[in-house]
Design a protein around this ligand. Structure first.
Ligand SMILES: C[S@@+](CC[C@H](N)C(=O)[O-])C[C@H]1O[C@@H](n2cnc3c(N)ncnc32)[C@H](O)[C@@H]1O
Length: 192
């Protein structure tokens, strides 16, 4: 299983955000939706061996963790608006510390980075990390930030984790997921 987690520093934690303004008043939900596509979409299919956590930190009730599981998700179309609509539906559910399913393969709980990291098995995807191609073994989980740097508090939580880079340039978060998926696909297929 490949697991991705993206911290959405401004992304809403309620269902009141507009689908027509994902980059603006929806707190860069567009970035998170593109990460969902990069993590889970294939041409004419879904990566059933992948999942992605959206760690939402915006108003009104942060933090929330929306988990989209490739194994069981249905109705995931390859566009930002419909992906955001699925996330918005999840955010309408009242939540506690355990995941609740809002639609097949889409779950939500109260919680953020600290709770996720407690399970172990993560690396940080970061432009200042070590070259992924020089790493023989990779963990199953990868944490990214959205358009902002990780905060000092987040960096403290991430401090003990390996940092992996997919290349020398700073990429958009979803592009970093795409490049990493390609690296993992190549390894799985025995290409490198
Ligand atoms: C747009 S960048 C974040 C903003 C960036 N720290 C800055 O202020 O220039 C989005 C995220 O993509 C990931 N990322 C970008 N470039 C990467 C690279 N070369 N290797 C690995 N991850 C990368 C990191 O997780 C990063 O936080």
């Amino acid at each position: 299983m490949r697991t991705f987690a993206v911290v959405g520093h401004l992304a809403p934690t309620g269902d009141g955000f507009p689908l027509d303004d994902l980059p603006g008043s929806a707190g860069r939900m567009d970035i998170l939706c593109r990460c969902v596509q990069a993590a889970l979409s294939l041409s004419h299919g879904i990566r059933r061996d992948a999942e992605i956590h959206l760690l939402l930190l915006g108003p009104p009730s942060p933090p929330k963790d929306v988990l989209i599981r490739g194994e069981t998700v249905r109705s995931l179309s390859p566009d930002e608006r419909s992906t955001a609509a699925l996330v918005r539906k999840a955010l309408a559910l009242p939540v506690g510390e355990s995941f609740r399913e809002s639609s097949p393969g889409i779950l939500v709980r109260r919680g953020g980075l600290a709770g996720l990291l407690a399970g172990g098995g993560f690396a940080v995807l970061s432009e200042d990390g070590s070259d992924v191609r020089g790493e023989r073994d990779l963990p199953a989980g990868f944490i990214l930030s959205d358009h902002r740097d990780f905060t000092a508090e987040e960096e403290t939580l991430l401090g003990g984790l390996p940092r992996i880079s997919v290349g020398p340039r700073v990429l958009q978060a979803d592009h970093a997921v795409t490049v990493l998926q390609n690296e993992l696909d190549r390894r799985e297929a025995g290409w490198s």
